[in-house]
Design a protein around this ligand. Structure first.
Ligand code: 5RP
Length: 223
């Protein structure tokens, strides 16, 4: 199977997983990226089975609306049963690195209000130790140099993501060469740097379920 076929398979598995729990009032949290896009396209086949969605990015909101799925502001929704999103890396405990698509802050906010966070990914994303994928950090623009210096003190090599402005008007530093053996601690340490909005470690709030696309079929991992 190609990587695209694996993404489609996990997207369909996520739809199959949530469908029995949906009703006309259900609002679903939807992530960002190519795997999340597969999920949106699969979900659109069942748009009469639920009310609408909360989007983790402007790009996702546009894709949902393109399918005729109503998009709600998170502030109008008190809690979400499901949030479905991809990841750049996951370890076996479902700690994630996210933010390859620069949507990490909104993704983390949607995950925070969700009861069940379902991560969908092809098998290449499952790693023994997080950090081969450079860790994205969203930063207030004027704090870029200060934050970069603090990240070097933590042992990383931050690289400014040229030409990228997040949906929140900020910049991204991608931190290379981290061996993330304690993701909960590192997530908190980086978030404590003045000027950091958030970082792409999802460890304080990991995924609840990982649907992993493999050549032998979709495997389900639980936190
Ligand atoms: C966006 C993300 C994505 O979930 C992550 O980058 C994975 O993307 P893809 O499904 O395209 O591999 O965190 O900010």
């Amino acid at each position: 199977m190609t990587q695209d076929q694996l993404k489609q398979a996990v997207a369909q598995a996520a739809v199959d997983f949530i469908l029995p729990s949906l009703d006309a009032k259900s609002i679903i949290g939807v992530g960002t990226g190519s795997t999340a896009n597969c999920f949106i396209d699969a979900l659109a086949q069942h748009k009469t089975a639920f009310d609408g969605a909360v989007a983790s990015s402007e790009a996702t909101a546009a894709r949902l609306k393109g399918h005729g799925i109503p998009v709600y502001e998170l502030n109008t929704v008190s809690e979400l049963e499901f949030y479905v999103d991809g990841a750049d890396e996951s370890d076996e405990h479902l700690n994630l690195i996210k933010g390859g698509g620069a949507a990490l802050t909104r993704e983390k906010i949607v995950a925070a209000v969700t009861r069940t966070f379902i991560c969908i990914a092809d098998a290449s994303k499952l790693v023994p130790v997080l950090g081969a994928f450079p860790l994205p950090v969203e930063v207030i623009p004027m704090a870029r140099s200060h934050v970069a210096r603090q990240l070097v003190k933590l042992g990383g090599d931050p690289v400014y993501r040229e030409g990228v402005v997040t949906d929140n008007g900020n910049i991204i530093l991608d931190v290379h060469n981290l061996q993330i053996t304690n993701p909960v601690e590192l997530e908190a340490q980086i978030n404590a740097i003045v000027g950091v909005v958030t970082n792409g470690l999802f460890a304080a709030r990991p995924a609840d379920l990982l649907l992993l696309g493999t050549s032998e079929g979709v495997k389900t991992l639980k936190a």
